[in-house]
Design a protein around this ligand. Structure first.
Ligand code: B12
Ligand code: SF4
Length: 544
């Protein structure tokens, strides 16, 4: 059977360079590849199906092109994959366009957000036939075998006689080695490695990709839906399987890979075996991971650095123990300090800290403590994001009980906690304290860690125009600027806070309004692309 798989994105998280091509002829974009659909594509192909992938990051395949291809090739099933609350509006738009063009093609949704809100999504987005919950590999094969009798497909949500039916869930698959490596080569798109989320800084121009070596995390952080998505379990691939994939990546010319595992650092024996395997195979590919600061695998940081682990990212969240406890992070400030120091001393080149601001019960003093704490840690890079609340998390449940959100009417909306929780500081105060905190932090780093700052700058300058690096540095010192238009939000690959704000508002628009905004954005997108083509330079930091 022929299947189309489409990775739906909210566009502010990827760059739209003016059709800059890699040596292999592929267009290059800054961001993470769509490893969800790539994983499913290889499973389908191995089972004898045909699969065509599309990624909305590809400027050559906008929705109209996908729909034309659909009319031409007539797939049996179209799967839309998207990660989060923020990309749901775009998935709805595409589903509607597909349904308007073909009233019979079967349409499925999958990914974390769709899984955790399956019944509600099915009701709200009637164009979609199936919402697939959890792991997609076996589910998709089962669905293709029973497209017309979905009652027997475990973990499927669908509509029968006008009623939403949630088929029973399937047991969680533990044997992850059974699946083939993701199908990375069929998508004609290359990715450039940048800092995650909101730092549009290019790390290297090597061919870049992502990999998943484990799934899930058993900790209880109140803002996170990963434990719920994975039923509180952590499952991992064997070290041999991981090393074999790294080897295959190297053979395909990838120079750098980021593991999208929720907690890579959970099992020391597995990490040790992966490092030994990398050394034994004499691999040189560079890799990066995310993990908790309380990991008992920290004695392996030197082995990881030797095996070319270049980046370690920690979820630090706050410099106030009171706030860490409020978030049920189950980590201490001392553990944070120890882990960051251990990683740096072991020779990990880039150690990143994720922080959250605008947390419940947070005071100005707590926020200041966070910036002071971050200044003194030997971190190379850091991000300070406003805490958001998603349906499916313990914090959402708490907010439902406190009457701050409504589970029936608000489930698809993206909220910063400070917008709805009176125990958070007001948005304006958060922004001011953050701006002040960032200024102090930058200056502290420059004077106390000059060598570290210089090395990082040198790395950025290798791949980014000087003006973009300068902008990145002075950004905290600039005042608030005018907000973005909705069309700009949809069109541009920008990380600005005001873009994020506007993107959040988009999740709350009516569907009709969404449609007109989408149309306006197509014109805007075209204009930006033409401008960029005219200026004939690769905008590594997206146009502002
Ligand atoms: C990597 C990552 C990113 C990357 C994006 C990479 C990319 N291009 O895809 C970056 C850093 C850009 C990013 C950004 C954001 N992210 Co993010 N991200 C992740 C992370 C860590 C891993 C995702 C991944 O690659 N998984 C590996 C693949 C193999 O799994 P998968 O996509 O889930 O696919 C499997 C199944 O879901 C299923 N499946 C998926 N699609 C389909 C389709 C069909 C038809 C079927 C049958 C099955 C199916 O089958 C696949 C194989 O089993 C997840 C956490 C997680 N563990 O999921 C958070 C996560 C998805 N992100 C999250 C958030 C909040 C965001 C941001 C909004 C953050 C922000 N405020 O800026 C943005 C929005 C991004 C967007 N466009 O939607 C939340 C989502 C919560 C929510 N309810 O919205 C998560 C769950 C993290 C968390 N703990 O809160 N993210
Ligand atoms: S440790 Fe990380 S992945 Fe695990 S629950 Fe907390 S935030 Fe989520």
């Amino acid at each position: 059977m022929l299947v189309f798989l489409i990775h739906v994105r909210d566009p502010q998280f990827y760059a739209l360079p003016a059709k800059t091509r890699a040596n292999n002829g592929n267009i290059r974009v800054m961001g993470f590849p769509p490893i969800g659909i790539m994983s499913l594509s290889s499973v389908l192909k191995q089972a004898g199906h045909e699969c065509v992938m599309f990624d909305q990051a590809n400027p050559d395949t906008p929705n109209d092109v996908i729909i034309d291809e659909m009319k031409r090739r007539k797939p049996a099933l179209i799967g839309l994959s998207f990660l989060s609350t923020t990309s749901y509006p775009y998935a709805k738009i595409l589903a509607r366009q597909i349904r308007a063009a073909d009233s019979t093609v079967k349409l499925a949704f999958g990914g974390v957000f769709a899984s955790l809100n399956a019944g509600l999504v099915k009701l709200q987005c009637s164009e979609v036939d199936f919402v697939c919950r959890g792991d997609g590999e076996q589910l998709l094969l089962d669905l293709l075998a029973r497209l017309d009798s979905p009652e027997e497909v475990a973990s499927l949500t669908w509509l029968k006689d006008g009623k939403v039916v949630n088929n029973p869930g399937r047991p969680m698959e533990r044997h992850l080695d059974q699946w083939p490596f993701p199908d990375r080569e069929s998508l004609k798109l290359d990715f450039v490695e940048s800092m995650p989320l909101d730092v549009p800084a290019v790390l290297s121009m090597e061919r870049f990709t992502t990999m998943q070596t484990s799934r899930g995390c058993p900790w209880p952080c109140v803002f996170c839906d990963i434990p719920i998505f994975n039923e509180g379990k952590w499952r991992a691939r064997s070290p041999a399987h991981v090393v074999a994939e790294l080897k295959s990546l190297e053979e395909h010319g990838y120079g750098s890979v980021y593991f999208v595992d929720d907690h890579f650092l959970l099992q020391p024996k597995r990490i040790e075996a992966i490092c030994t395997g990398v050394m034994h195979e004499k691999l040189t590919i560079q890799w990066g991971i995310e993990g908790r600061v309380d990991s008992v695998a920290q004695h392996l940081f030197p082995a990881m650095a030797k095996a070319h682990c270049r980046t370690v990212m920690f979820g630090i969240e706050s410099g106030s123990q009171r706030i860490l406890d409020r978030l049920k992070k189950e980590q201490t400030l001392q553990e944070v300090t120890t882990a960051v120091k251990n990683a740096k001393q072991a020779g990990i080149e880039i150690v990143h800290g994720f922080f959250t601001v605008g947390n419940p019960d947070e005071t100005v003093e707590d926020m200041q403590k966070t910036f002071d704490f971050a200044s003194k840690l030997p971190l190379d890079t850091f991000g300070f994001n406003r805490l958001c609340v998603y349906r499916g998390t313990p914090l959402w449940q708490e907010y439902v009980k406190r009457g701050l959100v409504n589970d029936i009417t608000d489930w698809y909306k993206y909220f910063k906690c400070s917008e709805i929780d009176p125990t958070c500081l007001p948005g304006e105060v958060i922004n001011n304290v953050r701006q002040e905190g960032l200024k102090k932090l930058f200056l502290y780093k420059l004077f106390h860690y000059p060598l570290q700052s210089y090395r990082l700058l040198r790395r950025f300058l290798r791949f980014m125009p000087v003006r973009d690096v300068i902008y990145l540095l002075i950004k905290p010192f600039l005042g608030q600027k005018k907000g973005a238009t909705k069309a700009e939000v949809l069109s541009r690959a920008v990380e600005h806070a005001e873009m994020k704000d506007a993107a959040a508002h988009l999740t709350q628009l009516t569907d009709d309004m969404l449609h007109s905004v989408f149309e306006a954005s197509r014109t805007e997108r075209l204009r930006i692309q033409q401008d960029a083509e005219r200026s004939r330079e690769l905008p590594m930091v997206p146009a502002r």
